[in-house]
Design a binder for this molecule. Structure first.
Ligand code: SF4
Length: 339
């Protein structure tokens, strides 16, 4: 990590992004600015946050002034940043800082994390950037850079856990705040998600994925589990008058309260049975979010209702009932099989 960190820091000294909350080289960052920017950045891009950051720090230049502010005024200036709970928490956080820490922001990430609106990422980021504490905040940029550099093919979301573990085990270089920001900048500017600029990257000589593969393969995509296939039989029964049987589905669950032709329950199918159904060509196929369904459509004239929940309907009145797409397909299949 030392060699890696040195290269990254050297690159950072030359190419870092100029951000209004960042300290100029050789100066320490204003902890209030760091905290404020990190909270704003939680769900918002750097480009958007810049303006809001200026407005906030102009109106409330210190923790104390923010603590004293009227919450509605804060909401007003926050307008457009979204996720208003962040604004409310920020206000609470400022008040707590004044009450318990004399308006000073604590350096220890374990204390920071207890403040309203501050989670593991923000506490690590503030501790590192504002106080040079040896912590590495793990965000999307950092996950990508580290995973690519080490050639870690684990897909998200497990990858996040692995990189967090990695971060815990690191002996963080002396300039830990700069190291964290260097990784963030590298991820945003060079090791970009879609077209990484590896030739401009200070660590491409030792980067595993650059040397042995394609950086875009990381973060790896999780392979989707195939959906199970279920099967059932549906009965389109008509009486001698030409009415068809219908019933209402249960109040809860899939297609709740909608109407259907009666049928069996749907069970996970054996491949052999699916083949039989396909060969017989008397089925319809439908895909739900969690499974595919093959439904065998049986048509028959029969005078009895399948059970007491069923009732007779004239075919031209079917449109008065809320039939799901699945049942419309069943009806079309039944009509076609009569031709
Ligand atoms: S060489 Fe490419 S993939 Fe590797 S860390 Fe640098 S930019 Fe990312």
């Amino acid at each position: 990590v030392i060699h890696f960190a040195e290269s990254i820091l050297r690159w950072y000294d030359q190419y870092q992004r100029l951000l209004p909350w960042r300290a100029l080289p050789g100066k320490s960052a204003n902890p209030y600015h760091v905290l404020l920017s990190e909270i704003m950045l939680q769900q918002t891009t750097v480009a958007t946050v810049k303006d809001y950051f200026y407005r906030f720090t102009t109106q409330w230049p210190t923790v104390e002034s923010l603590a004293r502010a009227d919450l509605h005024q804060i909401y007003h200036v926050w307008q457009g940043l979204g996720y208003y709970s962040r604004a409310r928490n920020l206000h609470l956080c400022a008040q707590l800082l004044v009450k318990e820490y004399g308006g000073k922001i604590p350096e220890d990430p374990h204390k920071l994390i207890k403040l309203p609106g501050i989670g593991p990422y923000t506490s690590a980021a503030v501790a590192a950037i504002a106080f040079n504490q040896p912590s590495i905040p793990v965000d999307g940029n950092i996950i990508r850079v580290i995973a690519r550099y080490h050639g870690i093919m684990t897909p998200l979301p497990q990858l996040k856990g692995e990189i967090e573990q990695w971060a815990h085990q690191q002996v963080v270089p002396k300039r830990s705040g700069d190291f964290a920001q260097a990784l963030m900048d590298l991820g945003a500017m060079i090791c970009r998600p879609h077209n990484p600029l590896c030739l401009d990257c200070p660590v491409h000589g030792t980067c595993q994925i650059y040397q042995n593969g394609d950086p875009k393969q990381i973060p790896a995509k999780a392979t989707k589990k195939p959906k199970p296939i279920k099967m059932g039989t549906v009965f389109v029964y008509s009486n001698e008058k030409g009415q068809v049987q219908l019933r209402q589905r249960p109040k809860k669950g899939l297609l709740a309260n909608l109407y259907e032709f009666p049928g069996t329950t749907w069970e996970v199918a054996q491949p052999l049975r699916i083949n039989e159904a396909v060969l017989s060509n008397n089925f319809i196929k439908h895909t739900f979010t969690h499974f595919h369904l093959y439904l065998i459509v049986t048509t028959r004239v029969q005078p009895h209702l399948v059970d007491e929940t069923c009732f007779w309907v004239w075919p031209d009145e079917l449109s008065h009932y809320a039939l799901p797409t699945l049942m419309k397909k069943v009806w079309l299949k039944a009509l076609a099989s009569h031709k």
